[in-house]
Design a protein around this ligand. Structure first.
Ligand SMILES: [Zn+2]
Ligand SMILES: [Zn+2]
Length: 317
């Protein structure tokens, strides 16, 4: 089906793609980027049965065939015929995007899809990562969110929503620290030795759960250093190298896990939470023509929350 774009979120992964770091994942620019898309169905093929022109939709970015074993286990991202809107096929930094019917999550009538676009990647990724470890955020536990950006600010709220322990935000930027407090972080930690600060905050025990939305050499090292016994270090941001002595991990029975986007049902579920009014999406809109400026702003850390590109002068703030 052809979808008219209402909004397309800009993601750090776009920068990785532009920088050529995603060649191993089959991402070879030039390509139309934009994997965080929402809009309205413009036209459908004859066999499309579940949506009609005019319907508001959020687009699940991975293609999944529905036939292979990973698909049937619900692991759409690991489909054997994997493709990805905005990374391996043309995406939503455009007026229109072409997708398969399996990509669509239909929104209730009257919903404005523009403001929901960030859920297509930031929301689903945060939800997938938190859902996987929410059972560890039990009463009395401490979870740490490293990086309160586009994905991290949603994860922070989900830890509160799906878990019941304390949530600490590690964030160097002052505006994002403020955002973390607004969204319910029990404590924010800025610069300095952040691992020490977390240990101090937990009476020396360390964190039960660390979710890293940055993924640099530094945050990998910090994340492991602040982790307590039986703790889990969960990576969402990527790019650095995780290096840790196995004796330390075995001695403390720690786990390191990684997360890649999420399943279609993860997207559907996070949209249900949003509809209940329990999630705040911090976003700002920019005209699509300003795409290169917005990418530069993201690279410089000048965006708090998520930037959404809106084509054809439809932008609102
Ligand atoms: Zn992304
Ligand atoms: Zn498949």
């Amino acid at each position: 089906m052809l979808v008219r774009i209402a909004g397309a979120g800009v993601c750090a992964t776009d920068l990785h793609a532009i920088d050529g770091e995603m060649e191993p994942a089959g991402v070879s620019p030039p390509i139309v980027l934009g994997h965080e898309n929402a809009g309205w169905v413009e036209a459908t093929g004859d066999l499309v049965a579940t949506v009609s022109p005019g319907d508001a939709v959020v687009l699940y970015p991975p293609y999944s065939c529905g036939l292979c074993v990973p698909c049937r286990r619900g692991h759409d991202v690991h489909c054997e015929r994997h493709r990805f809107t905005g990374l391996t096929v043309d995406g939503g930094f455009a007026d229109f995007v072409l997708v398969s019917e399996r990509s669509v999550v239909k929104l209730p009538d009257g919903t404005d899809p523009t403001e929901l676009a960030p859920h297509a990647d930031a929301g689903i990724t945060a939800y997938h990562a938190v859902k996987k470890v929410a059972h560890l955020a039990r009463p009395g536990s401490t979870s740490v969110v490293i990086g309160v950006g586009g994905v991290g600010h949603i994860a922070l709220q989900l830890l509160r929503e799906l878990g019941s322990g304390a949530v600490v935000a590690v964030e160097t930027d002052e505006r994002r620290q403020r955002l973390a407090r607004e969204l319910g972080a029990d404590e924010t930690i800025g610069g300095g030795d952040v691992a020490d600060a977390v240990r101090e905050h937990t009476n020396g025990r360390g964190a039960d759960l660390v979710l890293d939305f940055v993924g640099s050499d530094q945050t990998h090292a910090d994340g492991m250093a602040m982790l307590g016994r039986l703790g889990t270090y969960s990576m969402v941001g990527f790019g650095g190298t995780l290096s840790v002595p196995s004796a330390a991990m075995v001695g403390a029975e720690q786990a390191a896990v990684a997360n890649l986007v999420g399943s279609w049902i993860d997207l559907w579920e996070v949209l249900q939470l949003h509809a209940r009014g329990t999630l705040t999406l911090k976003s700002e809109t920019h005209p699509l023509e300003d795409v290169n400026d917005v990418l530069s702003m993201l690279r410089e850390g000048a965006i708090t929350g998520r930037a959404v590109l809106v084509p054809g002068g439809r932008e609102r703030t």
